[in-house]
Design a protein around this ligand. Structure first.
Ligand code: NAP
Length: 461
């Protein structure tokens, strides 16, 4: 049987999720030398996942991977299906029936919870909400953050916490020429925050910031990064960690933290206070957050496995805004096994496992495969591994002819799903760039799905 392009039984692969892991998987398949058709399915009308709506607007270099992804999008063996939600518009089972293989690349769409009283009080937010809001993600467009308080607390010592802290602390004039959403710029221009506490449950050696991101927090105009010298201590096990030649980030971070350790914070308009050995125990407030109880911790266990243990002392921090930035978590998908403890889809080199047995033709990549760690580059190697697993199983999965793209188009048309294809995305892209120009921004994103669908429909007619 030949398909619409006159090709004999090409390999039909559906990839769900158009963030970096989905794109790197598509690229690997298209470069594999096989006759392959890739259908790239995305919940939003816009591609690029966290590169568009996670990477901070003032870090444009980290968005350069989009140039690679755009080339992949333009390949004629790839079809983009934007505005298609897995589980609502099409199921995994249907994709398994129409395609030889399905690769899940849905990322980690939820957040870990701390599990303390008051966590859901008004004024307590996940970092994801704030990041999505300032990046113009439609899911978070209407979130509000009380930026009129004087003290904000960020829980977590990772790069997402660093992003949140930088956007909270940076003068808006230093963000104006970025692709930050206009509603966020406007709200940030009225902020009254004077102090930002960045709280880590372990010590300076265990902080997960990369040195570049940490150093940047000490270089913000009008802000001063501060560490209480008495809190910046390390014990014998941490010293072993520090001395390890493979732990270069920790050594650099320790040096940066030492440079922040001053007798008292300088008189800047904003102070970023890094706190160590502190865990949130409860948030307080009648209607909204007014404060947080912290436990003071000691570290126990051997080097590289040290855990924080409350030592019985407690402290109170008065604050009006809290961001929990303690890592992401994948969400279960109907019809797909899920490891609830690790928050990932169980897999062996990307091949999805059900009770330890491989499910033929079902694969996973990115944060949904390995958990929410690593940068965009890490994801490339991860997706290559998943595609290798898929290709090593070709005899088994490609024996039958499958309808692929054709069946997916028919099914979505029958269900009346307004699919945004490559032309649709290019219309959105061009309009965003044009909207940004008068403001000196690389683009002004559309932040509502309805707006984007109307634009695509107008461009079609
Ligand atoms: P992360 O790097 O895993 O950091 C999470 C932080 O939360 C850690 O300090 C962790 O402390 C803390 N934490 C976890 N559970 C906690 C709890 N119950 N109570 C208190 N603290 C808790 O996660 P992330 O910041 O979300 O970043 C995710 C990935 O994206 C990382 O690989 C990051 O490098 C990457 N990223 C990169 C960039 C960039 O390159 N510019 C920007 C953003 C994100 P413990 O160490 O004690 O667990």
């Amino acid at each position: 049987m030949t398909n619409a392009n006159g090709r004999q039984n090409p390999l039909h692969v559906a990839i769900v999720g158009s963030g970096p892991s989905g794109f790197y998987a598509a690229e690997a398949l298209l470069r594999s030398g096989r006759d392959v058709c890739v259908d790239l399915i995305e919940r939003l009308p816009t591609p690029f996942g966290l590169v568009r709506s996670g990477v901070a607007p003032d870090h444009p270099k980290l968005k350069q991977s989009i140039q690679v992804f755009e080339r992949v999008l333009r390949e004629d063996r790839l079809r983009f299906f934007g505005n298609v939600t897995l589980g609502r518009d099409v199921s995994v089972r249907e994709l398994q029936a129409s395609h030889h293989a399905v690769i899940l690349a849905c990322g980690a769409q939820s957040d870990r919870r701390i599990g303390i009283p008051g966590e859901d009080l008004t004024g307590s937010h996940t970092a994801t909400e704030f990041v999505g809001w300032y990046n113009g993600h439609p899911d978070f467009r209407d979130r509000t953050f009380d930026l009129s308080c004087k003290v904000a607390v960020i829980v977590g010592h990772g790069n997402v916490a660093a992003d949140v802290c930088r956007i909270l602390a940076k003068p808006v004039d230093d963000l104006r020429d970025s692709d930050i959403a206009e509603h966020a710029l406007e709200a940030l221009s009225h902020r009254e925050i004077e102090e930002i506490h960045v709280i880590g449950r372990r010590g300076p050696v265990q902080a997960k910031f990369t040195p570049k991101e940490l150093r940047e927090l000490g270089e913000i105009k009008g802000a001063s990064a501060y560490v209480d010298p008495a809190e910046c201590h390390t014990g014998a096990q941490s010293d072993i960690e520090l001395a390890s030649p493979t732990n270069t980030f920790a050594a650099k971070n320790a040096e940066i933290f030492r440079s922040f350790a001053k007798p008292a914070p300088s008189a800047a308009s904003r102070t970023i206070r890094f706190r160590f050995y502190r865990s949130p125990m409860a948030l307080h407030g009648a209607d909204c957050v007014k404060g947080m109880t912290l436990s003071c911790n000691d570290l126990t266990g051997p080097a590289f496995s040290q855990v924080a243990r409350a030592n019985g002392k407690q402290e109170e921090v008065a604050c009006g805004l809290v961001f929990r930035s303690i890592g992401y978590r994948s969400v279960p998908i109907e019809g797909v096994p899920f490891d609830d403890t690790r928050g990932i889809v169980p897999n062996e080199r990307g091949q999805v496992l059900d009770d330890g047995a491989p499910i033929p033709g079902l694969y996973v990549t990115g944060w949904q495969k390995r958990g929410p760690t690593g940068i965009i580059g890490t994801t490339r190697a991860d997706s290559l591994e998943t595609v290798e697993s898929l290709l090593s199983d070709l005899d088994r999965i490609s024996a039958a002819t499958k309808p692929g793209t054709r069946a997916l188009c028919t099914l979505l048309a029958e269900r009346g799903v307004p699919v945004v294809d490559l032309d649709g995305w290019q219309a959105i892209d061009a309009a965003e760039i044009a909207r940004g120009q008068p403001r000196g921004k690389p683009r002004e994103k559309f932040t509502r799905v309805g707006e984007m669908l109307r634009l695509v429909s107008d461009a079609d007619s």
